[in-house]
Design a protein around this ligand. Structure first.
Ligand code: AQP
Length: 335
């Protein structure tokens, strides 16, 4: 009863690499804060990951690893619905139907399609183009009111909204039109080597800090992070993108404001600052890592969470899909 009055939130993460502190600061940590106020549905979107070639064994392992990370950061499988996208076939089914209501021009305009097509020029597959339609299906199946997203996903959410409105106008109210949810805290974490670009899990190892990186690896990666020659810890994203990014990470991990960080490290060189950033990350990630290790050792529990999550998700998703089938005129299922 209580969950019916709460607004529904849907969000997902691709298991396309080892999750980074970008995923932690920009998504996971905020997801946890929403659990009490909203009816939350969090998904490991493994079908999205197929738009780029994946090693099957690694992808399989990473799905379980990401699910364990959901719980290691504190997400509760009782409060929220935690599941794996491919375990609920309704996602692929609704995606097909929505494809038939999406114009190719709308998809070709997507910045992420253009970026990814340039990055993977030997594999510009149809999935890369239709990725936002699958994302719309993910969201609309659950009648989500709100979708926590970073700035990079705004265009995709806009398409989900347009598809919901288009469908509702054609066939009468079917989908909730989702709004973006922009968390209060959720800095955009940038690459350690190219601080003008977002930190991404499918980029080279030295550009990101993985949530599961060992302390010595974290320290080494921060030591090698790109800075500048001014040797002054000052927040100036335009002229000092590297240092400003490290400050944002430090602030996200400690709660200090940029002014406090500037005062804290006044007169100190980048060496001392970088090792403080590393220590702050290690301190926050250590309990997540040990809980993750414990969960990964309990395969039976992990499988049970995924199975139960998929059953709960499918119950909601199938209700929407049945409605859609009926509205568009697919043959009634009477077997
Ligand atoms: N660097 C980041 N800073 C802040 N938030 C971030 N997110 C990802 N990177 C950062 C947030 O994490 C959620 C899940 O993202 P995703 O894994 O589904 O896809 P993505 O945004 O495309 O992440 P990657 O790491 O860049 O994936 P790849 O490299 O596979 O394309 C989202 O809420 C996102 O905002």
């Amino acid at each position: 009863m209580e969950t019916q009055q709460k607004k529904t939130i849907f969000s997902g993460i691709q298991p396309s690499g080892t999750l980074t502190i970008g995923n932690y600061i920009g998504a996971l940590r905020n997801w946890k804060l929403l659990e009490d106020e909203y009816h939350c549905i969090y998904c490991v979107v493994d079908e999205h990951a197929l738009t780029v070639r994946q090693d099957p064994a690694k992808l399989r392992r990473r799905c379980a690893e990401v699910m364990a990370l959901f719980m290691a950061v504190g997400l509760s499988p009782e409060k929220s619905v935690l599941f794996c996208q491919s375990h609920v076939p309704a996602h692929a089914e609704l995606s097909w139907i929505l494809n038939c209501y999406t114009y190719i021009g709308e998809l070709q305009r997507m910045t992420q399609f253009k970026d990814k097509a340039a990055k993977h020029e030997n594999n510009i597959n149809a999935g890369l183009l239709t990725y936002p339609v699958l994302m719309a299906a993910d969201i609309l199946l659950y009648q989500a009111d709100l979708v926590p997203i970073g700035a990079d996903q705004k265009q995709h959410l806009e398409l989900s909204r347009n598809l919901a409105i288009r469908f509702n106008n054609l066939y009468s109210d079917t989908f909730v039109v989702p709004d973006g949810y922009f968390p209060k805290v959720g800095a955009r974490v940038m690459s350690l080597q190219e601080p003008s670009r977002k930190m991404s899990k499918s980029d080279p190892e030295d550009t990101y800090i993985a949530i599961l990186d060992e302390p010595d690896v974290i320290a080494r990666k921060f030591r090698r992070a790109v800075t500048d020659s001014e040797a002054c810890v000052r927040f100036d994203p335009e002229n000092k993108p590297g240092v400003s990014n490290l400050m944002s990470i430090y602030g996200a991990m400690t709660g200090e404001t940029m002014e406090q960080i500037e005062a804290h490290f006044a007169g100190q060189g980048y060496g001392a600052f970088k090792s403080a950033v590393a220590d702050a990350c290690i301190a926050v990630l250590e309990p997540v890592q040990s809980e993750h290790k414990r969960l990964m050792a309990d395969k039976a529990y992990l499988e049970q969470v995924m199975r139960e999550g998929a059953e709960r998700a499918a119950a909601i998703a199938n209700r929407t899909l049945r409605k859609v089938h009926k509205k568009v005129g697919l043959a009634p299922y009477t077997l």
